[in-house]
Design a protein around this ligand. Structure first.
Ligand code: NAD
Length: 490
């Protein structure tokens, strides 16, 4: 049984409470480690370390900060295999995905390392003689970064790389279900040459440790990835101290298949949108909107391919669908299957626990497809975060767009068509932060990502992602000191 402590000021620190939380392997169900159960006292210590490190980090030139981030990227690539394996042991997602993701996170540190000394201010051409007015982008201070369990290191990179490049220091809280890869990753900062205190990790429960970060007066911003309900709670809590927030929340994304789509590519695209990562992805294309003329043939092929997926050990490169990460999430997915059935949807694939070959008897759900779904059903409106797809037929382009947008979320959307005009019209009309045409589930370090409506606030990645971690200062310098009339505005 391994024990993991907080990482504060460059060192492992035991929790003030002395308490720990068990962590298990979703595939075997085995409890293999325990993580520190952080409380307000631990958050205090981490925030104090980050606050002490802030002036030095802010004063480090952006070029020097960038070089350290690039060095960190090299270390991530060196350790990617190990970090990816830790993530699989924590969240049960496929090694093929988590290994690649761990390596990919390096790109965010490299990109923001390069961007660090390119964030320029402006000289404003004032309509006043003798005054130089310029703007500069300054860091915010200590930022709090809270992540979800599905992709701990990738979701962290989207926040942390931009925050550090901009000159902020950080207190991080990973999900209580998947904390160990973040703790192992934090060790790399010292090796890369970062002074201690710039990056601190506290672990623990959301309502205790996470909430203490939201309430902490010295943490000036919270960047959060998680569910919309927790995001709303964080937004409300942050409002008390007028804290800035970036919120990356859930989704119920439509994947629209028009009758002129390349059929096989669209089938594979819809499958990749919902069964990859066992559906545990914020951008899951959990509503397939399929033109009625191809609906039956499309469902038949979908069921054939999804039904042949290899289910089992996430550490095997031959596995297509792994376990559900957490016990509460497993129960939630099963509940939603029942909700769909009670709502009148027809289950044409799966619909139950999987205990066939490859399953270890823990948290496996069969890839599940429902037809006869209408967009007003709960299964079409609420995020399941599991391998459950709803197929909804449509007759016209306008109807497809109406159904796609008739939802409280707006994270992503997919469009499958060979008609360029339709692709452009649909991309314009869809209310989502990301639209993919003839592809799905693609993200990049230099392309902004974020949600509309209950899918979130703010953007991560790209230049916009860095702007979330700076505040603008406007400096006015007069050539000659003169205060002509002290009683009026100059
Ligand atoms: P969650 O909201 O339950 O938890 C997310 C994090 O918030 C965890 O670290 C948790 O400990 C913490 N937390 C919980 N309550 C808190 C509180 N009161 N104050 C501060 N922190 C608190 O989400 P989850 O179940 O871990 O993740 C799944 C959700 O994340 C899904 O809704 C999914 O769509 C979303 N998600 C979004 C994105 C995105 O980029 N938009 C990416 C991945 C996942």
């Amino acid at each position: 049984m391994e024990t993991f402590n907080h990482f504060i000021n460059g060192a492992a620190v035991a929790p003030a409470s002395g308490e720990y939380i068990d962590t298990d392997n979703p595939y075997t169900g085995e409890v293999w480690g325990r993580i520190a159960r952080g409380t307000a006292a631990d958050v205090d210590a981490a925030a104090a370390a980050a606050a002490a490190a802030f002036p030095g980090w802010k004063a480090t030139t952006p070029t020097a900060r960038g070089k350290l981030l690039v060095k960190l990227a090299e270390l991530i690539e060196r350790d990617a295999e190990h970090l990816g394996e830790m993530e699989v042991r924590d969240n049960g997602k496929l090694i093929a995905e988590m290994g690649a993701q761990a390596k990919l996170t390096a790109e965010w540190y490299r990109y923001y390392g390069g961007l660090a000394d390119k964030l320029e201010g402006s000289v404003i051409p004032l309509d006043r003689p003798g005054i130089l007015n310029y703007t500069k982008h300054e860091p915010l201070g200590v930022v709090g970064l809270i992540t979800a369990w599905n992709s701990p290191l990738l979701l962290l990179a989207w926040k942390l790389a931009a925050a550090l490049a901009a000159g902020n220091t950080a207190v991080i809280k990973p999900s209580e279900f998947t904390s160990t890869s973040t703790l192992a990753f934090a060790e790399l900062f010292g090796e890369a040459g970062f002074p201690p205190g710039i990056v601190n990790v506290v672990t623990g429960l959301g309502h205790e440790c996470g909430q203490a970060m939201v309430d902490h007066p010295d943490i000036v911003k919270i960047a959060f990835t998680g569910s919309d309900t927790t995001g709303q709670r964080i937004y409300e809590g942050a409002a008390k101290n007028l804290k800035k927030v970036t919120l990356e929340l859930g989704g119920k994304s439509p994947n629209i298949v028009f009758d002129d789509a390349e059929f096989e590519a669209a089938v594979m695209g819809v499958i990749s949108g919902i069964f990859a990562a066992t559906g545990q992805t914020c951008i899951a294309g959990s509503r397939a909107l399929v033109h009625r003329s191809i609906h039956d043939a499309f469902v038949e092929r979908l069921v054939e391919v999804a039904g042949s997926a290899t289910i089992g050990d996430p550490m095997s490169y031959d596995t297509h669908v792994g376990p559900v990460t957490t016990e509460p999430q497993f129960q939630k997915v099963l509940d939603y299957i029942k909700i769909a059935q009670e709502g009148g949807a027809t289950c044409v694939l799966g619909g139950d626990i999987y205990d066939g070959p490859g399953a270890s008897g823990t948290r496996f759900v069969q890839p599940t497809v429902f037809t006869n779904v209408t967009n007003d059903m709960r299964i079409a409106q609420e995020e399941v975060f599991g391998p459950v797809l709803s197929v909804i037929p449509f007759d016209t382009e306008a109807e497809a767009i109406t159904i796609a947008n008739d939802i409280n979320f707006g994270l992503a959307a997919g469009v499958w068509t060979q008609n360029l005009g339709r692709a452009m019209r649909a991309s314009d009309a869809l209310n989502a932060g990301t639209v993919w045409v003839n592809t799905y589930r693609a993200v990049g370090f230099n392309s902004p990502f974020g949600g509309w409506k209950r899918s979130g606030l703010g953007r991560e990645s790209g230049i916009e992602g860095m702007m979330e971690y700076v505040q603008t200062k406007s400096v006015w310098m007069a050539q000659e000191s003169s205060v002509a009339n002290p009683f009026i505005m100059r």
